[in-house]
Design a protein. Structure first.
Length: 266
């Protein structure tokens, strides 16, 4: 159910910004990501993507209270919910420059409430104010500014003569995400989308934790695919058909490999 709501939300954002064709293309590209099969597994990516997409749509359409409520729920779903909260809070605070409203101020305060509540709950459970950070250290998931990511990229691309196919896919996904974010900035995407995807990328790339799930962690970053959707919308029907067919078949192959060959979690 969450995956359908997520796809609907992705389509809503794309259609609102650039029309129905781009909305459809954005949704297909998002569904055809190499680890797209995860959307049907017992992970929180589908629920988080649904909450993030509809929160961003609410921001873009000026419905700040709804956006803040969804952002708060996203913060209770995944730690990266802070990216949704930041996008909504920034939009709400910027709207105050056009004139003070209690609704905008309340949205700015409510948006990070879910994430803060979760971090606070972990602290209470462990009896220490930095409980959440302590758990991350136990998982060797501290922020290292991207040092571990760079090390693993170098290992997969240059040092390992026969890297696992899944690790190659993760590496290509990370590099493509960085390029797509640059293109998104060049396209002057709305600030809430850039804030959301920018913070999501910082969290995923700057983590010193396990490498192989990082493509899955980027699944909610669907606005990164907008430059591709815009390009395909302007392309010929033949090129568009070939590109989408290749994306779907590639996703099916990667999904089968992930389930049948890859020995670890996605």
């Amino acid at each position: 159910m969450s995956s359908f709501l997520a796809a609907w939300g992705v389509h809503a954002v794309g259609s609102h910004l650039h029309g129905r064709r781009v909305g459809v293309l954005l949704t297909v590209l998002w569904a055809a990501l190499p680890v797209g099969l995860v959307q049907w597994m017992g992970y929180t990516e589908s629920l988080f993507t649904a909450l993030a997409a509809w929160a961003l749509y609410a921001v873009l359409t000026g419905k700040l209270p709804w956006a803040a409520s969804l952002a708060a729920l996203a913060g209770l779903t995944r730690p990266t919910g802070v990216a949704v909260a930041a996008a909504v809070t920034v939009a709400a605070l910027l709207s105050l420059r056009r004139g003070f409203t209690f609704r905008a101020l309340a949205a700015a305060v409510l948006a990070p409430a879910g994430w803060l509540a979760y971090v606070g709950w972990v602290g209470l459970r462990l009896g220490r104010w930095d409980g959440y950070l302590a758990v991350q250290r136990l998982w060797h998931n501290e922020w290292d500014g991207g040092a571990e990511t760079v090390r693993r990229l170098r290992e997969v691309l240059a040092q390992n003569s026969s890297p696992e196919l899944f690790l190659i896919m993760v590496t290509v996904t990370l590099l493509a995400a960085v390029v797509l974010y640059g293109l998104s900035m060049g396209d002057r995407q709305p600030l809430p989308l850039l804030v959301f995807t920018g913070i999501l990328l910082l969290i995923v790339l700057g983590s010193g934790g396990v490498y192989f799930p990082r493509a899955r962690f980027l699944l909610p970053g669907f606005p990164l695919l907008l430059p591709l959707a815009l390009y395909l919308a302007r392309a010929s029907r033949r090129l568009r058909t070939l590109a989408l067919t290749a994306a779907v078949l590639g996703s099916a192959y990667c999904g089968a490999y992930m389930v049948l060959v890859w020995p670890s979690a996605p």
